[in-house]
Design a protein around this ligand. Sequence first.
Ligand SMILES: [Zn+2]
Length: 239
Amino acid sequence: MAKRRKSVVPVHNEMHRSHRVGWLRAAVLGANDGIVSTSSLLIGVAAADSDRSAVLLAGVAGLIAGALSMAAGEYVSVHSQADTEKADLELEKKHLEQEPEFELFELTQIYIERGLDEELAKEVADQLMEHDALAAHARDELGITETTSAQPLQAAFFSAVSFSLGAALPLSTVWLAPHESVIRFTAASSLVFLVVLGAVAAHAGGANMLRGSARVLFWGSIAMAATAVVGKLFGVAVG
Ligand SMILES: [Zn+2]
């Protein structure tokens, strides 16, 4: 018996990464947004020949505005997802009470579609529904598990913090760099931050590091180049 149990352990110790991709993705997206939008903003303002304090002030305002807007956006989107899940579960609960036969048939069909033969599918559906009917339907029909259950406040706080951390990188570059070459410093350091972040995210998610970095490098460069051009043109126009 002991031997048998042991042979099961390695299967469960396998590294599954997809379950932690959720919060990782949110953190990386937040930091990524913070770097790209703040460095673009800083470069745009600097390209319009602003002095150092004006560039810094714009950057700080951008950090606060961005963090708040990320938090609000995330809160609303996660909250509405949670509402939808809750409504779905309520509806499913009602169906289970009113039409248990149909619900058993429905779950059986789902398992047949996934590859079980009819007899086994019915037996699995039967036993799972006896154990916890709502959990079985939530998981296999609606795709709702405990780990996907959305947490709005946590998500809002998390994305605001990761955006701020990302934004602090180009902002501190502007703080430290000599003002006459602030655009070059900000652009170069932000691209380095983006590449490192992309590689770390890809590595943690078990994806190709090079591809992850190349993608953020490409889009980050385009964003910065675009705002530099706009800042320059606008600086000439209003200056
Ligand atoms: Zn159902």
